[in-house]
Design a protein around this ligand. Structure first.
Ligand code: SF4
Length: 602
């Protein structure tokens, strides 16, 4: 066994200080140091007198010198860093910078990548110890040894996974303060009963281990009291046991009904009762589909009966629960054509969003072990993406990647679920027919633009392609309407703009139209989906609307030119012009209040 000859903890130090470092992609309510927080809290609870811990958040784009200064704050005895596929480059550079400037600092690495490749990481000489797997127990063993002055192995054996009843919560222990992040990662369980070959969630473990319900209740109350707006629920098969899922959903709707939750669920375990409970929450569901082809799924140790899948998703659809799917291209046994069939099936289920990924052959997974026999060629480091398979040439993979990017920009970011079907019906295109034309507009792909502008450009170009641009203004109004209506429920200004005696609704949005969008919706709802016919019956003239969300309902006002200019400036700049506000006729101010887009300041 390799042992470090590192100079051990000096007894003259009163408290051993350890910085636990997470390197995130960017600040966000999901960029929360939960992984290192769990380890740090375990250590802190075990050695309250001997060890102090701090959590340090770094971000990939940050200047390395800034990162270095942050992780060395407080002159730590040791720095623990969690390393994943997506931050490994930054993490290794930071480790080398720490050791280069402060060789006396002990470096400890953990996380998914050192777990999958402990030997590779032990060849990085700047790393003193590696903590593979769930490290709440092994980190205690490591520091027990260090505090006792005993040399420790380079790779600390993982041993039995910890009993989750014994793992202290970094939220309840005060180490992670959710109010500082605005969101929470909420771990309900570990392990997975499935064994998908591309995933290492269930490798080496069997079944699901769950955190005790009283702990979950306390954490949820704390999130609610901290005012967090969103929670990512960490349980890869949340509804595997319907009884437990039901109890947890009831707890959420009782203790924290206003928070937005994101769940990962399995389609085959959706029941009508669960669909109704999800509908009672503000939530989004993520469902892994990956492919619809049995022979492809078989290679991944997965199954899917598309008929059952459709029926279960329909339960969510009926209850108006937002859901999205994951698909993977480059799978063994699949081809570009097979992938496109999966995409078409997916979009036939009206998902809120579809996340499409290239296959990554991750070290430590069963797929990695069988990659050669399956004929998978993949990058040997970095993101381990597949580069050639028996069914996908590199050109096929590139075409699939273009579609994935296009779907994300046009459909997901553009929130197109409300209208995409109708546009396809009018254009007589399949989803993949549309995406392939869209993705081929290479000059658009490189242009930075808002999702709505991107949609305008794509639709205009496709109408040009189909020789029917005369319908463009009506279709443009149709998608503009949904963009703003969806927007009032999704986004709000940081502060309510005030002007004169009025305090405006922070969800206020303005948009001008060539046709009255409410009339377009009426035509559509009457069953006429042909934009050409609708346009014949409509009169083109400028319509200006303000939209907002009041008491969870859409409210709107058709504005005069002067009202619209004022409200537009208000929302665009959030800097009210007081003279204009004072100029605003009392009638307009009254209309703003009556429509619910403003209230009188007290
Ligand atoms: S992909 Fe999901 S269901 Fe499959 S093993 Fe991983 S966590 Fe479990």
């Amino acid at each position: 066994m390799i042992q470090t000859t590192y100079t051990l903890y000096q007894v003259s130090q009163v408290i051993m200080h350890i910085n636990f470092v997470s390197i995130h992609i960017a600040p966000s309510p999901r960029a929360i140091p939960l992984g290192v927080g769990m380890i740090a809290q375990s250590l802190r609870s075990q050695f309250p007198e001997e060890i102090s811990t701090s959590l340090i958040d770094c971000y990939i784009p940050q200047d390395p010198a800034v990162q270095l200064a942050k992780v060395l704050a407080g002159n730590p005895f040791a720095v623990c860093i969690s390393i994943f596929l997506w931050n490994s480059e930054s993490a290794i550079r930071l480790i080398q910078d720490i050791k280069g400037s402060h060789p006396e600092v002990l470096i400890i690495a953990g996380g998914a990548l050192p777990t999958a490749l402990p030997d590779n990481f032990s060849s990085i000489r700047e790393i003193d110890h590696i903590l593979p797997g769930e490290a709440e127990n092994s980190v205690i063993e490591l520091f027990e040894g260090l505090l006792a002055g005993k040399p420790q192995p380079r790779i600390i054996p993982q041993g039995q996974p910890p009993r989750l009843e014994d793992v202290p919560s970094p939220y309840l222990g005060g180490l992670i303060k959710p109010a500082e992040y605005g969101g929470a990662l909420w771990e309900l369980s570990r392990g997975c009963p499935y064994k998908c070959s591309f995933c290492f969630e269930s490798r080496g473990t069997t079944g699901i281990r769950r955190f005790p319900e009283d702990r979950l209740q306390k954490e949820l109350k704390l999130f609610q009291a901290a005012g967090v707006s969103e929670i990512m629920v960490l349980d890869p098969t949340f509804n595997f046991d319907a009884r437990i899922a039901k109890r947890n959903l009831q707890m959420m709707s009782t203790l924290a009904p206003d928070i937005h939750y994101t769940f990962e669920i399995r389609a085959e375990h959706i029941t009508i009762e669960l669909a109704q409970l999800f509908a009672g929450l503000n939530c989004t569901l993520q469902i892994g589909l990956q492919s619809i082809h049995p022979e492809v799924l078989n290679n991944l140790n997965r199954t899917c009966n598309t008929e059952t899948f459709q029926k279960r998703i329909h339960l969510l659809h009926e209850q108006q629960v937002p859901y999205g799917f994951d698909l993977i291209f480059g799978l063994p046994g699949d081809s570009l054509r097979g992938f496109l069939e999966s995409v078409d099936f997916t979009f036939s289920l009206a998902p809120n969003h579809v996340d499409i990924f290239p296959l990554a052959v991750l070290p430590g997974t069963a797929l990695f072990d069988s990659a050669e026999s399956l004929g998978l060629q993949f990058l040997p480091e970095g993101d381990y993406q597949v580069i050639k398979t028996p069914g996908f040439t590199p050109e096929d993979l590139s075409a699939a990647a273009d579609i994935a990017d296009f779907v994300d920009r046009f459909y997901n970011q553009g929130k197109a679920v409300s209208w995409f079907d109708l546009i396809l019906e009018y254009l007589d295109l399949s989803p993949t027919g549309f995406f392939q034309i869209g993705a081929s507009l290479a000059d658009l792909a490189s242009q930075p633009s808002s999702p709505l502008d991107f949609q305008y450009q794509v639709i205009h170009r496709i109408l040009e392609h189909l020789n029917c641009t005369s319908r463009y203004p009506l279709i443009q109004d149709f998608i503009t309407y949904f963009w703003h209506v969806n927007g009032v429920f999704a986004e709000a200004l940081d502060a309510s703009p005030t002007c004169g005696d009025l305090q405006f609704n922070p969800t206020l949005r303005t948009a001008a139209f060539m046709y009255n969008p409410f009339e377009i919706i009426q035509w559509i709802e009457s069953g006429i989906h042909d934009f050409g016919i609708i346009q014949q019956y409509m009169h083109a003239s400028r319509h200006m609307f303000a939209f907002a969300c009041a008491d969870s309902e859409l409210t709107f006002l058709e504005c005069t030119e002067k009202e619209f200019d004022f409200l537009h400036k208000l929302t665009a700049q959030c800097q009210p012009d007081f003279n204009e506000a004072l100029d605003m006729p009392p009638r307009s101010r009254e209309r703003f209040v009556t429509a619910g887009i403003a209230a009188r300041s007290i």
